[in-house]
Design a protein around this ligand. Structure first.
Ligand code: SAH
Length: 352
């Protein structure tokens, strides 16, 4: 199984592909040609690459595959959000979500099969982590959606990508970074780094590492509570990286990249939605200019939490704004098909 994955052409960034083809005695321009077939024209089969020598395609075909997940199920919500259940080459399944905004299409990608972080309100982590996705597997989620949009004929394109599906992106750091380079590269779909958002539950060393990369993406941090007792009860990761480590890391990130962080705050009735919590939150992130994204916690089977009601969410937002914070209430998309935040789950391949 690992062998099949290391032999996937979709995983290879252009420099590696160039090396591979050079090793096969090919001229340098061939790599670019092949790379564009994979990452720009989104070929699903080597046979489509008609301007490459047949002998080369045969040789590649004997050893390499393309990451082309099977769409096991496609569900469309009333608001137009589409959730795909995708089967990977090894039979594992993940979910990908397509959202339609006024500015275009945004794809929410998974970065791992399952998740090891254990947040108590999130369905993605309930069965633990099975494995990391490869760069090509993550890219193939976007490509699946883009191909479908092309097939619909209106020439629409995926303009935004959010790493907010199943998995903790910073727990699969190297593959996620390789994916971002492929996604934003000029020879690929060329999606602007500023149109990419990456969400993390707060892995401090990796936040520092990401800061050093100096990327222009938006970092979202899943905060959800303004004190350690409340946050640790919701998110075990807080025991490893409590707020007195996380918040300074967020400040360092902003200083290093010049980009404002966005904090996600899932509102749970009676847990983190009181006026006192709003005040603690304001003190915690004071002076950061960060954006606070409020969302009533979505229902998840087996979760002990109930959402704050809409009026309370609005009151909480107003209180934060009065305290000088930039807080908005996030629109909930796709909740009628369990495609909303925290509702994605790994499903057994046989189940669908
Ligand atoms: N592992 C990353 C990426 C997941 S992104 C992270 O934790 O940030 C998904 C976002 O949805 C995160 O902010 C996550 O905390 C939030 N989320 C998870 N379950 C949720 C739920 N039931 N209701 C609302 N938001 C939820």
């Amino acid at each position: 199984m690992p062998q099949a994955r290391t032999h996937c052409l979709t995983d290879l960034p252009l420099p590696q592909l160039t090396e591979l083809l050079q090793g096969m005695g090919q001229p340098a321009f061939r790599a670019k040609q092949l790379y564009r077939w994979v990452h720009q024209k989104l070929a699903t089969d080597l046979a489509q690459m008609t301007d490459l020598p047949r002998s080369l395609l045969e040789r590649l075909g004997a050893e390499y595959t393309l990451a082309v997940p099977a769409v096991v199920r496609r569900q469309q919500a009333k608001d137009g959000t589409v959730k795909y259940l995708l089967r990977l080459g090894d039979g594992n399944c993940i979910e990908t979500v397509r959202m339609h905004y006024h500015y275009g299409y945004s794809v929410c990608v998974s970065t791992q099969v399952g998740c090891a972080m254990g947040c108590r309100f999130c369905a993605s982590t309930q069965a633990g982590r099975v494995r990391d996705l490869t760069p090509g597997e993550i890219a193939a989620e976007v490509y699946t959606v883009q191909r479908e949009l092309w097939a619909q004929g209106a020439g629409e394109r995926v303009s935004h990508v959010v790493l907010m599906g199943i998995g903790e992106p910073l727990h699969n750091y190297a593959n996620v970074l390789a994916f971002l380079r492929i996604l934003t590269g000029a020879e690929g779909l060329n999606i602007g780094m500023r149109n990419v958002s990456l969400s993390t539950c707060g892995l401090v060393p990796q936040i520092d590492r990401l800061a050093a990369e100096g990327l222009q993406l938006t970092l979202s941090v899943s905060l959800h509570a303004p004190d350690n007792a409340t946050r640790s009860a919701m998110m075990p990761v807080n025991d490893a990286y409590p707020l007195e480590q996380l918040i300074p890391a967020c400040r360092r990130y902003q200083d290093a990249t010049g980009r404002r962080i966005s904090f996600e705050y899932a509102m749970v009735r009676g847990v983190n939605d009181t006026p006192a919590m709003a005040e603690k939150l304001a003190r915690l992130v004071k002076g950061m200019g960060a954006h606070i994204n409020l969302i009533p916690v979505n229902p998840v089977d087996g979760s002990p939490y109930t959402a704050s009601d809409a009026a309370n969410v609005r009151r909480f937002a107003a209180r934060l704004q009065a305290l000088g914070l930039n807080a908005t209430v996030r629109r909930r998309l796709g909740d009628d098909i369990s495609a909303a935040c925290g509702q994605l789950r790994r499903e057994a391949a046989g189940q669908a």
